[in-house]
Design a protein around this ligand. Sequence first.
Ligand code: ATP
Length: 514
Amino acid sequence: MGTNEDKFKRVISHAKEYGFIFQSSEIYDGLSAVYDYAQNGVELKNNIRQYWWKSMVQMHDDIVGIDSAILMHPKTWKASGHVDAFNDPLIDNKDSKKRYRADVLVEDYCAKIENKIDKEILKAKKRFGEKFDKEQFVITNPRVVGYKEKISTILSRLGKSLENEDLEDVKNLIIELDIVCPIAGSKNWTDVKQFNLMFGTKLGASSDTATDLYLRPETAQGIFVNFLNVQKSGRMKIPFGIAQTGKAFRNEIVARQFIFRMREFEQMEMQFFVKPGTQNDWYQKWKDTRMKWHISLGMGEDNYRFHDHEKLAHYADAATDIEFKFPFGFKELEGVHSRTDFDLKQHQEFSGKKLQYFDHELNESYTPCVVETSIGLDRMFLAIFSNSLCEETLENNTTRTVLKIPSFLSTYKVAILPLVKKDGLSELARNIYNELKLEFNVTYDEKDAVGRRYRRQDAIGTPYCITIDHQTKEDSTITIRDRDTMVQDRIPLKGVENYIKDKVSFNSALSKML
Ligand code: ATP
């Protein structure tokens, strides 16, 4: 499907053309980095959220869910550190007038070196054939070792400078690495400045009494402030988790990658409260569990990797990203963070309310530590959507566009297609539709030739098409076509529900994680 850039453009245009994602307020030329989910997109998004909820909340007897408000008391964000430290370092190019995240410019530079490593590996693989030992190669080949050292030196300097707020050094690094503006091609950079990402708003009608609020930049704080409410009302014993999904808002500096980086997005987070001292074990466990969750989707293990953080946020004692291979390279999809007892202690201090857990077995109170898993629903959508979109050349040399979404997440599970509208086939098909819609999300289509209808369903990822033809009237059998293999089976109408059920339910994917 051409270059990765072409592929990404196709993803964006397919999402629009087939009713998955539209630019927000498009008739007014759109609002930058804000998107609407369309008729097909909302179903896929809901299914992803539901799959996450089922596996994280309902499959764990030690995790419960909540749904806290987007607006919170302003002190929350003082306590959490967001007012003072939720900043991104920005830099402008004076020629193009384009704004960049300084850390991302440096990271992209390193990604280019990574690409060189991949090329060396590919070359060596060709040269050595079957005998090729990748692990050995990457630790012994001098060129690859050199590249790796270079990346590590650059990233650790970036990490240190950001940690020490040494923005001058971040700029120096950009200059030293000869990083140019991708638009202007020049090195005419401004100084690096910090920029707070929170959106402000006001509560109250009169301007004198109105209170300044923020739209939450993460869902986590709604969980921390409710920690004791949930623990007490649910009689929860440590270790236990609280999960939620919901909107978060960030005034991102650079938002040019479709739904990868949005200003309004949705998070699916789980904060797991543990006894201090045990957080590292839980951190490892949640790293593992979350990777298994991703692998359960069947999109290929090679598309995921961990990226352990060099630079830790002010609240963390360990952190990793689960990265996914998007069309524009490996990028963060989910974060797993060991947040220590920072958040609860801060809220305790700022609210003056005790936020401790009384451990009956130890007969003592303590402030629990937190291990969190935090994933962007929209990024997950993009991962699935971009990975599933393919163009296939068929035996007769025609092509088809097919969205090979994991069946249990697809918008529709089945399409009901009468072969022709006449001879009572429409009525028969309608009856089947009415019966199956009780169980699955089903679509009905009787327009155009059946071949074209198959293509339309392929393009939106419907795993099964049921065709009702004249034989159906005679012997109550239908044909069922599989999206991926395009094989058609004739089966009794009676058995259809069970035939599909197994394949489109969460069960088989969920059981991979048990
Ligand atoms: P990044 O480094 O890409 O800005 P982050 O490290 O700030 O992300 P977290 O604060 O850890 O992200 O948020 C957890 C998850 O929320 C991320 O892994 C990502 O999937 C999602 N997320 C964060 N910011 C955005 C955004 N602007 N648009 C869409 N999803 C986002």
